[in-house]
Ligand binder design. Structure first.
Ligand SMILES: [Zn+2]
Length: 290
């Protein structure tokens, strides 16, 4: 914002061009509040964290790309390149970081207040392709002997990697040479799985219709079948209720028969006392088995 405020084009009526520009006339800096410490050689800039760090004050991880208002100062020179130092406050605690540029290694160095998360590695150790450095390419141009040695090394490297490359090519041929066959095999597989899925859905919807529910039913498993065969729905309570009129007796009753009369005669309806004993029996057996 400070930079944009400097482009104010309003000239007050008492403006005297002999003093100089607008800022000189008003006694302000073009960068406004970003230049409030200019007399100390400090300018305030927006600094973006160049790599992941840990704050030494709160031990929090601060990711690459987090931006801070930092005080920028020039602390020295590397040949003709100035070395700048940036001082900023952690946004999670009261700790301050100091980071300076490292022109020799095209990098930033943490001076104080934080630790760097080490994500650097040597690309040659990871079998990565590394471009030639400037020094090597200059020697290749000038030094014929060096060029010859370099060429011999390249031949050795190419021989080593050709085995792997050939294997990769062969695999590529195996898998993708007959792409029609590969495609039709995939489609056949998909068709079969679709058919299976449809059958399952049909089965599930049939069960839903039978039970008058609308719930997707999972596929039947052998494990479920075994578990179901072990379960029985008979309980002690049901067995002891022999005093209730049997199905046979109920069937033999004629319509409009006085059920209560026939019951009284045979005294088949369980009395409240007998029901209580049944319940207590059930609970006693339950508690003893625990
Ligand atoms: Zn912190």
């Amino acid at each position: 914002m400070g930079e944009r405020k400097g482009t104010n084009k309003y000239y007050p009526p008492d403006y005297n061009p002999a003093v100089g520009g607008l800022n000189k006339f008003k006694g302000t800096h073009a960068l406004r509040e970003r230049a409030r410490k200019i007399h100390l050689g400090i300018i305030i800039i927006r600094f973006e964290m160049p790599y992941n760090i840990w704050c030494e004050g709160c031990n929090n991880h601060i990711g690459m790309g987090v931006r801070y208002n930092a005080e920028k100062t020039k602390v020295g020179m590397y040949y003709s390149t100035p070395v700048y130092q940036f001082r900023m406050k952690c946004h999670l605690c009261d700790n301050h970081f100091e980071i300076k540029t490292d022109p020799a290694n095209l990098d930033y160095i943490i001076v104080s207040g934080a630790r760097r998360q080490e994500n650097r590695w040597d690309p040659t150790q990871n079998e990565q392709v590394v471009p030639e450095t400037k020094e090597t390419s200059r020697r290749l141009f000038d030094d014929a002997m060096f060029k010859l040695e370099h060429k011999n090394n390249d031949v050795v490297v190419s021989k080593k990697s050709s085995v792997v490359l050939n294997r990769l090519l062969e695999r590529q041929e195996d898998v993708w040479k007959d792409d029609f066959a590969a495609n039709s095999a995939l489609r056949a597989q998909l068709r079969a799985s679709k058919k299976e899925l449809k059958e399952k859905e049909l089965k599930s919807s049939e069960i839903d219709k039978k039970l008058f529910i609308d719930v997707p039913i999972l596929a039947e498993k052998e494990e479920d079948k075994n578990l179901a065969s072990l379960l029985s729905l008979k309980s002690k309570l049901v067995k002891k209720e022999s005093t209730l009129p049997s199905v046979k007796k109920l069937k033999s009753l004629k319509p409009f028969d006085d059920f209560s009369v026939s019951n009284k005669k045979e005294d088949t309806e369980p009395s409240s006392a007998s029901f209580k004993s049944l319940v207590s029996d059930h609970y006693n057996s339950g508690s003893s088995s625990e």
